[in-house]
Every structure is written in structure tokens, then in C-alpha cells.
Design a protein around this ligand. Structure first.
Ligand SMILES: [Zn+2]
Length: 151
């Protein structure tokens, strides 16, 4: 099996990945306009102000849109298909959309818009990862994913 690619934090995304490694989901928040966005950007995509800062959110949200991925476009994910791919709107930052796979959803069944979900973190495997890494042990990269928690 081909090793999966692993996120590589950079100066802009480092706080996001560090939060995930501690088991905290963050979105970027702009103090100038008061709005949030994701993924992190060096400047607010809504008003252009510099320096949006990470803000911890609850990790609960709802499905904004979803589809089923049936073909792996990278050989490293061949064993993962089929799976649900979704845009999630966090409950406490509803203007944000987070692209994610969905855990706990049967790919043979559709997932409805508005389905409640909650974040879970998984140590990133793949190139350069410690094989015994656990979330919170400081390996540096944990993957936020969302699990269906209601109908
Ligand atoms: Zn802004």
C-alpha cells in the first residue's frame, strides 16, 4: 500500500495543526470584521485585514453538502473508497465550511443536509509519521474528521 500524503504545517497553518494535535478544532477569526473563515489565510478573505487568529470552536456542526467518493484519485486512498465527502458548517461559526470525510455514515445511503456531526481527531499516518503517534503526544499533525451523530 502506498503511504498517504501527510499535511505539512506552514507558517499560516501551524496554529491550526497544533490545535488539532491537542484535540481542539480551530477556525481563523478576523478581529477587524468579526467573521471567521477556513482554511487559515495570511489575510482575511472577507475584508483583507492582516493576521486572522485561530479561535477554538466546539467541534459540533451540521452537514452543509455531501457526496460519495467512489474513485480514489491517489493510490494511497484506494482502500478508503467509497466514503462520504462533506462540507460541514460549525455550529459556532456557521459562515465557515470545512471540507471533510464523514465517519459513521454508510456510503450506500445519502447523508442529508443538516445532519448533525462532531469532530474527531486521528493521528496523521503516512510519510514521516510516527507509527505509534496518538493525538496530543506532540507528533505535530492530527487529522480532524467529522462523525455523524444524529439523523
Ligand atoms: Zn475580516
Amino acid at each position: 500500500m502506498t503511504a498517504r500524503p501527510r499535511p505539512v504545517p506552514d507558517a499560516v497553518s501551524a496554529a491550526y495543526w497544533a490545535g488539532a494535535d491537542r484535540g481542539a478544532l480551530t477556525v481563523a477569526h478576523c478581529d477587524a470584521c468579526g467573521r471567521a473563515h477556513h482554511p487559515p489565510e495570511p489575510a482575511c478573505p472577507r475584508c483583507g485585514a492582516d493576521g486572522p487568529r485561530p479561535r477554538v470552536v466546539s467541534g459540533r456542526g451540521t452537514v452543509f453538502a455531501a457526496c460519495v467518493v467512489r474513485q480514489a484519485f491517489d493510490a494511497a486512498f484506494a482502500d478508503a473508497v467509497p466514503y462520504h465527502l462533506a462540507l460541514v458548517a460549525p455550529d459556532d461559526a456557521p459562515e465557515v465550511r470545512i471540507l471533510t470525510n464523514l465517519l459513521g455514515a454508510d456510503p450506500a445511503e445519502p447523508v442529508a443536509v443538516g445532519t448533525p456531526v462532531a469532530v474527531e481527531f486521528e493521528p496523521a499516518t503516512g510519510v514521516g509519521a510516527r507509527v505509534d503517534a496518538r493525538v496530543g503526544e506532540g507528533d505535530g499533525v492530527a487529522l480532524p474528521q467529522f462523525r455523524v451523530v444524529g439523523p
